[in-house]
Write a protein that binds this ligand. Structure first.
Ligand SMILES: Cc1c2[nH]c(c1CCC(=O)O)Cc1[nH]c(c(CCC(=O)O)c1C)Cc1[nH]c(c(CCC(=O)O)c1C)Cc1[nH]c(c(C)c1CCC(=O)O)C2
Length: 355
């Protein structure tokens, strides 16, 4: 561990007393902290400008560019945390998987993983494979000061879905075919991905990330019994790998209303909630001892200012009895969102919840 360690074992002492970190630890906060999934990206004209002419994956490997893009929403919106600009497939690319991110489509994998022989594509990840991440996080934490940086990774199920399907999928049929048809190969695939993901999160924490979020974006496609049997052991392995650092671990997926309790049980300190489950009901499903993050429908930002504020107040009211609440959208910022609506939203949450 680095020398810059706070009493609680966090890597980054400068951010320890921030509202975001306090909410993660379920301590009293001066105001409800806010950040947005996909806060960096296409909704910002300054992002579109600096990304011009550089492919998505290429830009993820350029530390100066990553630093600039990560800082853009912090400067503009005054959010309470930064999220490292990257993509969930970056560690897979780093170990040599032949994949690309196609604009308007998402990650596309050249040779999908469907057989035991295909598993050989998934070697261990070492810090040297992602030295640009360590470099960028060093630059970022210096700039961010007391604003926490959230590191992230894709969870084993969501990564497996891209690897098995070969790209984005509505029904995850090949993924489920493998999960049900060859449970041992499936378990081995998820275990490999858990190793890689754990190693990738460690790199980010060692470099100075204050918290980590594990995105299991598409796991809401599963019923609870299948999640428990076929996914939870791998997600738990990832959380266990970073537990010794003592940094808050956030877990999020879309359409996971029926899985919220299990996703907490997998080892998260903070459970992310999409907009389909009200926060007070999410508290009941997750149980005590966890903070919650969420959950304004990102589409609400396309409505009137009055409607946005009313829906935001609904979220805040439903979360008012909560021990730790981090305000976020129920999924990522949509690319055509008016950035000024996001700036106003941060201000509104801060004002409404100021103590
Ligand atoms: C499922 C998933 C992916 N990537 C990610 C997830 C989990 C989060 C979620 O559920 O939305 C994670 C991700 N991807 C990106 C971030 C940036 C950090 C942030 O939140 O600000 C994060 C956290 C940048 C990106 N990742 C991607 C973009 C768009 C590419 C571009 O700007 O050219 C960005 C800004 C590409 C990508 N990568 C992926 C998709 C679905 C897409 C969109 C494809 C498209 O519509 O063009 C896979």
């Amino acid at each position: 561990m680095s020398a810059n360690t706070s009493p609680a074992g966090q890597q980054n002492a400068a951010t320890y007393d921030s509202a975001f970190m306090k909410a993660c630890r379920r301590e009293p906060v001066p105001h409800t902290p806010v950040w947005f999934m996909r806060q960096a990206g296409r909704s910002l004209p300054e992002y579109r400008k600096v990304r011009e002419g550089t492919a998505m994956l290429e830009s993820c490997m350029m530390p100066e560019l990553v630093t600039e893009i990560t800082l853009q929403p912090v400067r503009r919106h005054k959010v309470d945390a930064a999220i490292y600009f990257s993509d969930i497939v970056v560690p897979l690319k780093a170990i040599g998987i032949d994949l690309d991110i196609k604009p308007g489509i998402g990650p596309v994998v050249a040779n999908p993983i469907r057989s035991r022989a295909d598993l050989a594509q998934l070697r261990d990840l070492t810090p040297d494979d992602v030295s640009y991440v360590t470099q960028a996080i060093g630059m970022l934490t210096a700039e961010l000061g007391s604003t926490p940086l959230i590191g992230f990774a894709g969870a084993p199920f969501t990564l497996a879905s891209y690897l098995v399907e070969g790209g984005p999928s509505r029904n995850h049929e090949n993924t489920k075919a493998l999960m049900y048809g060859d449970p041992q190969l499936w378990a081995d695939l998820l275990d490999r991905l858990a190793e890689i993901t754990g190693a990738f999160l460690k790199v980010q924490i060692e470099a100075g990330a204050s918290a980590v979020q594990l995105f299991d974006s598409w796991v809401g496609a599963l019923a609870p019994a299948d999640y428990r049997r076929s996914v939870m052991p791998a997600s738990r392995k990832v959380f266990d790998a970073v537990a010794p650092y003592g940094v808050p671990r956030i877990h999020f997926g879309v359409g996971t209303g029926e899985l919220l309790g299990l996703m907490g049980e997998a080892g998260a300190d903070v459970v992310g909630v999409d907009w389909r489950v009200p926060m007070d009901e999410a508290v009941r499903r997750v149980g005590p001892g966890k903070a919650l993050q969420g959950n304004l429908d990102p589409a609400v930002l396309f409505s009137t200012r009055e409607a946005i504020e009313a829906k935001t107040d609904e979220v805040l009211a439903a979360a008012s009895g909560l021990e730790g609440h981090i305000f976020n959208l129920g999924h990522g910022v949509l690319p055509t969102t008016d950035p000024e609506a996001l700036t106003r939203l941060v201000e509104h949450v801060h004002t409404r919840t100021a103590r």
